[in-house]
Design a protein around this ligand. Structure first.
Ligand code: SF4
Ligand code: SF4
Ligand code: SF4
Length: 318
């Protein structure tokens, strides 16, 4: 066994436990990052293997390894499905802290601030439930504390915040998915966008994925790490691209790990008023509360929404 090349003070304590991972792979099918890239090193099992190698000196600590270990949305789907009940995200947090302490300057999926756009209003500092943002003459993000929920994105009046790596969940990535779906000439049935919270709607989302096997589906599901991440501008983009309606699904009010849903509710209510002023019926933007994993609630909510917007018909262009 080789000696690790850097100090791994926090990871040391997991030395024995990592043997418990039998590499079954129950975790990786649930990981939104793996789903996006299909690379083993982006899956929780791959990351556990990297950590095992780091501890045993078989994997050299490099920027690439550090970047991989800082890619995690902390959705805990892997943990909930781990056949060995390993506290996977705690292990990742310790790996991140050790690697950052060893001098690796990587950001993975953490939130970043565009300093040119930031006016230092400190709204994001007040909002972050995980105390990952602070002010030190400029906005500083604690890379280990940041849970990559993205709730701060919508809090910024200057649109200065994004995720360093979004894996399809950054506002510009969502916009391009929306345009790609609604403006695809091959699709004749495309009508709506459904934002699906990673926490509450899974595995309801899995069921809905079966619907997406339809070559010409009526709606597209976009997964976000928290409903709090869906900006009004992104919702309005859907209308600009011809959507008949937009549905946002979120957790029950006291069940959001990031308190993102409280703001989602306020945002959707003010958006309903704003679109009404523009002559767009408020029923075109809907909010559905879905308890964690409640497939029926998710499906019923989507069905009801689709019926209502189909009854309303396409948006009239003025
Ligand atoms: S907690 Fe991280 S590694 Fe685990 S499934 Fe979620 S994003 Fe993937
Ligand atoms: S709100 Fe979420 S994404 Fe933003 S800094 Fe805090 S933990 Fe990170
Ligand atoms: S909310 Fe935006 S403008 Fe305000 S401090 Fe944070 S990043 Fe800067």
């Amino acid at each position: 066994m080789n000696k690790p090349k850097i100090k791994l003070n926090r990871l040391e304590k997991w030395k024995g436990s990592l043997d418990v991972c039998i590499r079954c792979g129950y975790c990786f099918a649930h990981c939104p990052i793996y789903k996006d890239t299909r690379w083993e090193t982006d899956a929780p099992r791959g990351k556990m293997t990297l950590i095992y190698g780091l501890i045993n000196g078989e994997v050299e600590p490099t920027d690439y390894v550090a970047e991989k270990l800082l890619e995690c949305f902390y959705c805990k789907r892997c943990e909930n499905n781990c056949s060995s009940s390993l506290p996977i995200t705690q292990i990742f947090t310790d790996a991140q802290a050790d690697l950052l302490e060893a001098g690796f300057d990587v950001k993975g999926t953490t939130s970043v601030t565009n300093r040119g756009q930031c006016t230092l209003c400190l709204e994001c500092v007040r909002l972050c439930k995980h105390e990952a943002r602070s002010y030190d003459g400029r906005i500083v993000v604690d890379t280990v504390k940041c849970q990559s929920c993205g709730s701060c994105i919508d809090s910024c009046p200057r649109m200065a915040i994004s995720m360093n790596l979004g894996f399809g969940t950054n506002p510009d990535e969502m916009r391009s998915e929306i345009t790609g779906f609604l403006k695809d000439d091959k699709r004749k049935n495309a009508k709506a966008i459904v934002f699906c919270c990673n926490w509450s709607n899974y595995p309801g989302f899995q069921v809905a994925e079966l619907v997406s096997e339809d070559p010409d589906p009526e709606y597209k599901i976009l997964v976000t790490m928290c409903s709090g991440r869906v900006q009004s501008q992104v919702i309005m983009e859907a209308f600009a691209q011809g959507a008949w309606g937009v549905l946002v699904t979120m957790c029950p009010e006291d069940k959001c790990e990031h308190d993102g849903n409280v703001r989602t509710k306020m945002r959707i209510n003010s958006l309903k008023k704003a679109i009404h002023e523009l002559g767009i019926g408020p029923e075109r933007v809907q909010l559905e509360i879905v308890e964690k994993g409640n497939q029926k609630q998710f499906q019923d909510g989507v069905k009801k929404f689709m019926k209502e917007i189909k009854d309303a018909g396409p948006l009239k262009r003025g």
